[in-house]
Design a protein around this ligand. Structure first.
Ligand code: UTP
Length: 477
């Protein structure tokens, strides 16, 4: 029996030059042999090799600069919060809160990433950036959702709940689910928090050999945040959204400490423009900031990687002195449910496959687990923004970085986009809210609980003519 399995596997693998996956076969226990057999048979190896080839071809093609093809976002699809008229502020906010009160809003949290740069072995959302409250990213986001539901209720007398879908992966699922459960869903209704897992892809060496993570197991990684679209369909999320009467979906990345979850202004802006796909942008910090640029390539909306345009093009300025390619992508998107259905049904298979060179632990030829110091392999990933090109009504909402974006990517050693910078950015913002609301003095670390204020509103009565000294978290009495 065992010999039969071995020869069946061998002939399958030889066809795709992957026979090295059986190199430890004779050392495996019966259970391990069965595990490896299932692992390989469940892989759809021909499809995986074809995806590797497609991704490699796409990646090689990306080495050509896009300078001749790139165009900025037309001004008529873009609005900046900085230049917004008060009438529009009120209109967008009202439309957004109305959509929430009507129960038509869902948020999707992208939380399947492995957080390798931060270097922790638990989901990034569980990270505590050492605010006075000691709240983790998941908790902060949960309280912002509660706060928004309260705002919608205050405005319209009653409000339905926001549904929170959390995309996890093999790397983050169990811990995430257990964390929410043990924290009683941070006061949200547990029926409105739905975790679903994204797919994985095998990891490859640079020359296309599938990597073994154990002698009996293939190395896998989540299929990128663009794995969202297939997972939404496979995990029944689109059907669940339809049942709940969802129309507007806000998608965001777990690591933006300032994220305005289900931001009513953004929702309202997209709704007023009848957009099917919207994106938040921040102005690039500098010409060489390594951030994706929201732009048009060959007439289609997309995000160009900073390495895909030359410095000369990156430096181009308009007649007001602003960078022409200045709209930095912050992984913060609006989609209608109809658009998501259309993508999952018709376009998901066409999404680009990107290659990320990574340090991937592997079993060396002596059968020992090895952790490389330099990238030794590739992960294949889809990107969430690769659907922009299918939008028929695309809009861009430019927001202020200080108010809305500070990403937790690295450990403190890097001194940028790390726990310390994100913590400081949040405290700086809260200090600004306090001073704008009439506080006389703010010393030390003063944090504001999201249940008191979602975005700086409703503070005057509480803080006017008051002096604050941290560390403290301003909470409901
Ligand atoms: P990043 O690309 O910054 O990846 O993800 P990461 O996993 O957080 O960190 P590194 O690169 O390993 O250090 C941006 C957002 O997309 C999510 C992440 O959880 C984060 O919210 N993501 C990323 C997924 O949901 N799935 C993936 O497969 C990759």
């Amino acid at each position: 029996m065992c010999n039969m399995i071995h020869s069946q596997l061998k002939s399958l693998l030889e066809k795709y030059h992957q026979e090295h996956l059986l190199q430890f076969w004779n050392e495996l226990s019966e259970n391990e042999k069965e595990y490896l057999f299932n692992d390989i048979m469940n892989l759809n190896i021909s499809e995986m090799i074809s995806q590797f080839n497609k991704a490699t071809a796409f990646n090689n093609n990306k080495k050509h600069l896009l300078d001749n093809k790139i165009k900025p976002i037309p001004t008529n699809v873009m609005e900046s919060i900085q230049n917004l008229l008060m009438d529009n502020v009120l209109l967008y906010e009202k439309l957004g809160l109305q959509e929430i009160a009507d129960g038509k809003v869902a948020v999707i949290l992208l939380a399947g990433g492995q957080g390798t740069r931060l270097g922790v072995d638990f989901p990034k959302g569980m990270y505590n950036i050492c605010l006075p409250s000691n709240r983790t990213l998941f908790e902060i986001q949960a309280l912002r959702i509660r706060s928004l539901q309260n705002l919608a209720k205050d405005k319209f007398g009653k409000s339905k709940d926001i549904t929170w879908y959390i995309m996890t992966s093999d790397a983050t699922h169990e811990l995430t689910v257990a964390y929410f459960e043990s924290n009683k869903y941070f006061g949200l209704n547990k029926n409105n928090i739905i975790a679903f897992k994204q797919n994985t892809m095998p990891c490859f060496t640079l020359d296309g050999k599938i990597i073994l993570d154990e002698k009996y197991r293939i190395s896998r990684a989540p299929d990128g945040n663009g794995g969202l679209y297939i997972a939404l369909k496979k995990e029944g999320i689109l059907i669940d959204m339809k049942k709940r009467g969802i129309n507007s979906v806000h998608v965001y990345s777990v690591d933006n400490v300032l994220v305005k979850v289900a931001d009513p202004m953004f929702l309202g802006f997209c709704i007023s423009r009848e957009a099917d796909c919207g994106v938040k942008a921040v102005i690039k910090r500098s010409v060489d900031e390594p951030v994706g640029i929201i732009c048009q390539i060959d007439g289609l909306y997309t995000v160009a990687e900073y390495s895909e345009i030359s410095t000369d093009t990156a430096k181009l300025r308009d007649n007001k002195g602003n960078l022409i390619f200045r709209s930095g992508n912050i992984c913060n998107h609006y989609f209608t449910l109809a658009f998501l259905n259309n993508i999952s049904e018709n376009y998901e298979k066409n999404l680009d496959l990107h290659i990320a060179n990574k340090k991937i632990p592997f079993i060396d030829k002596n059968g020992e687990k090895s952790k490389p110091n330099i990238p030794n392999g590739v992960k294949i990933e889809k990107f969430v923004f690769d659907v922009f090109k299918y939008s028929t009504k695309f809009v861009v909402w430019e927001v202020s970085r200080e108010d809305e974006f500070s990403a937790l990517k690295n450990s403190n050693i890097m001194k940028i986009d790390c726990p310390l910078t994100t913590r400081n950015d949040l405290l700086r913002l809260h200090k600004k809210w306090l001073l704008n609301s009439g506080a006389t003095r703010v010393e030390g670390d003063v944090e504001i609980c999201p249940l008191i204020s979602y975005g700086g509103e409703n503070l005057i009565e509480i803080v006017k003519n008051t002096s604050f000294e941290g560390p403290m978290c301003l909470k409901m009495p």
